[in-house]
Design a protein around this ligand. Structure first.
Ligand code: NDP
Length: 325
């Protein structure tokens, strides 16, 4: 089997596609033949070494994959069964999905939900699952379409673009924030009613600004999230999942104590299985067929390292699919 292998040399990360044997795979109850994987922000950080995602080398990256069970010691899975996996530290501290084969714990696998196939599942991938968890966080906070506009930051990225598509299909008015004018057509196609430049959210933030948003999905963090918090309506809800703009949060307590604003963190890595299954069901129900037809970038294993650089340089719009077989 071929795999993208990350190794450390003179303090730098070297990514090479090379052959591995099955007996080199880490422990686990299920061996999966992988058909599709995808490139997420965390994969790009790991592959380029821009952030210390990986601590043990060699490592096969890839935080999500879809494929067919080759062999299972666990009675919940049988050979030939279609499955998908996102998160659980796979591709970070357990060999991941950017390979033709993986051996993983049965508990980490989700049987392919009815209505999906491997390609569609990876068009959604970790990014799309996270977008759905963010939408569910807004719903749990009582934010319905008649509450007012929802702002999505980092809108043309994997999480942001799926969030825009989900919210607009559910009937919300979605305002997309993007740093690139070239993405405006794409964002309107996904259902954004207005697009604002990222620069409008990076200025010096006053603790409270004019109220504008009923809800927010933030994939950027730092000054952009601080700016969004200052603009939230009374009792607004912010679902924060990302750090594409940085990991600081230069805010004050004012939005929370004077406007009843709720800041809900969203994590997709350790989401309990029942919640994942619910999120996948919702994704299948809500995403229109046109979502899968907006052609994402599709690359072979050999081009993943190059795409990772592009993703971190903000040179990619939407999702990047990796065709393994
Ligand atoms: P992408 O790279 O696909 O999208 C990120 C988007 O953020 C870009 O498209 C760009 O949007 C915007 N952006 C990029 N650089 C900057 C910058 N320097 N300042 C402000 N905005 C920037 O990544 P993903 O969508 O896959 O992930 C987005 C974030 O969510 C990442 O931080 C990732 O780690 C996090 N994440 C968290 C998860 C969780 O479980 N909590 C799971 C998945 C992702 P535009 O050009 O439109 O402005």
């Amino acid at each position: 089997m071929q795999a993208l292998v990350l190794e450390q040399s003179e303090g730098k990360i070297v990514a090479t596609v090379k052959p591995l044997t099955d007996d080199q795979l880490p422990a686990g109850e299920v061996v999966v033949d992988i058909d599709w994987s995808s490139l997420n922000y965390k994969d790009a950080l790991a592959i380029t070494g821009k952030s210390k995602i990986i601590r043990n080398f060699p490592m096969v990256p890839g935080i999500d994959f879809a494929g067919k069970v080759y062999y299972s010691e666990d009675p919940r899975f049988h050979s030939g069964q279609e499955v998908l996996l996102t998160g659980w530290g796979v591709g970070e501290n357990h060999w991941g999905g950017l390979a033709e084969r993986a051996r993983v714990k049965a508990d980490w696998l989700v049987p392919m939900p009815v209505g999906l196939d491997g390609r569609k599942a990876m068009i959604i991938g970790t990014a799309g699952l996270t977008a759905m968890l963010c939408v569910m966080a807004l719903e749990e906070g009582g934010i319905t379409p008649d509450c007012g506009e929802i702002v999505v930051t980092g809108a043309s990225g994997g999480v942001g673009s799926t969030a825009v598509a989900l919210l607009s299909t559910l009937g919300y008015q979605v305002v997309a924030v993007s740093g690139r004018e070239s993405t405006h057509g794409y964002l309107r196609q996904l259902g954004a009613t207005e697009i604002l430049p990222r620069s409008a959210f990076n200025s010096d933030v006053r603790p409270l600004e004019k109220q504008r948003w009923a809800g927010a999905i933030d994939t950027v963090g730092a000054g952009v999230l601080a700016s969004v918090l200052a603009q939230m309506n009374y009792s607004g809800v912010v679902a924060a999942c990302g750090l594409a703009g940085g990991l600081t949060l230069p805010t004050t307590v004012m939005p929370f104590i004077l406007r009843n604003v709720r800041l809900q963190g969203v994590d997709s890595v350790s989401t309990p299985t029942p919640c994942r299954i619910e999120a996948w069901k919702r994704l299948i129900k809500v995403l229109p067929e046109t979502f899968y037809q907006q052609v994402p970038h599709e690359v072979p294993l050999s081009e993943v390292a190059e795409s990772a650089m592009k993703l971190l340089n903000n040179d990619i719009t939407g999702r990047t699919l990796v065709k393994i077989r």
